[in-house]
Design a protein around this ligand. Structure first.
Ligand SMILES: C[S@@+](CC[C@H](N)C(=O)[O-])C[C@H]1O[C@@H](n2cnc3c(N)ncnc32)[C@H](O)[C@@H]1O
Length: 240
């Protein structure tokens, strides 16, 4: 099987250009490989499918190339990206399915309710982080009987790998995000400073951190369920 660098090179001329209105800045190839190694370390016998909440960096492609038989689902609002990933998957024989959805809105519960491993590099605003955290809780904990939803066995299987960046002069932003994470009933299991490097993204010195998050018994699934029907459905510019 070809490696990720070859595939990236082969498809580069067809890769959709970054849409700044959607906060798209490509992570470097090296970063995508580091992510694959990190996510790979969280995969176990029970991991059937990995969920990506947005994926303009093609981390899903690199991950599925690294493990034959692994399945991934990519949700994105950018139809160009979904089509591109779909074409690569078909041509390279990767088990990636794509799903068009605006992640500011709740996910359909019948399709997304019990994922164990979720990766995302969300828009770096409090609303963006809040929406993506809510989506990851929905996509991982909304299925099954109420009594089982917060069982320690189930909670302990759920891992959310999130990218988020701020500079040393912007620690206030890091603090705000930490509070949002706590308010959702999640805990930061690990944080790797400057893990991700981007082409451009000057506002964050082209770097961001990697967070490993887990739900705790304080996770408020009922609140998320309630918000499914009224999470904001703002216009595109509300992402910023
Ligand atoms: C937010 S961007 C990357 C942000 C990251 N901070 C960066 O600078 O690289 C990650 C992915 O999320 C997708 N995305 C942005 N807004 C979205 C939305 N409302 N719903 C679904 N996907 C979205 C983008 O198309 C992209 O593939």
């Amino acid at each position: 099987m070809a490696n990720f660098s070859d595939v990236l090179h082969k498809w580069q001329s067809l890769r959709p250009s970054p849409d700044r209105d959607l906060d798209q800045f490509w992570a470097t190839e090296e970063t995508v490989k580091k992510r694959v190694a990190y996510i790979g370390g969280l995969i176990n016998d029970r991991t059937e499918k990995v969920l990506f909440l947005g994926d303009d960096d093609l981390t899903s492609v690199a991950l599925c190339m690294s493990r034959s038989g692994l399945k991934a689902t990519v949700i994105d609002i950018d139809k160009r990206m979904l089509e591109f990933i779909g074409r690569i998957a078909e041509s390279e024989g990767l088990l990636i399915e794509t799903y068009y959805h605006d992640l500011r809105n709740p996910l359909p519960k019948d399709l997304f309710n019990d994922y164990d491993l979720i990766f995302y590099d969300p828009p770096y605003t409090t609303q963006g982080i809040g929406a993506w955290l809510a989506r990851s809780i929905e996509a991982s904990l909304s299925g099954g009987k109420n009594v089982d939803r917060k069982s320690l066995d189930r909670l302990s299987r759920k891992k959310y790998v999130m990218c988020y960046g701020y500079t040393d002069r912007g620690v206030e932003r890091g603090y705000a995000i930490q509070k949002i994470i706590t308010n959702f009933g999640l805990v930061i299991q690990e944080k790797r400073k400057n893990f991700n490097e981007y082409h451009e993204a000057k506002a964050i010195n082209s770097l961001s951190d990697l967070y490993l998050l887990s739900p705790t018994p304080h996770v408020n699934i009922r609140k998320i369920d309630g918000e499914r029907s009224r999470f904001y459905t703002g216009r595109r510019e509300d992402i910023k």
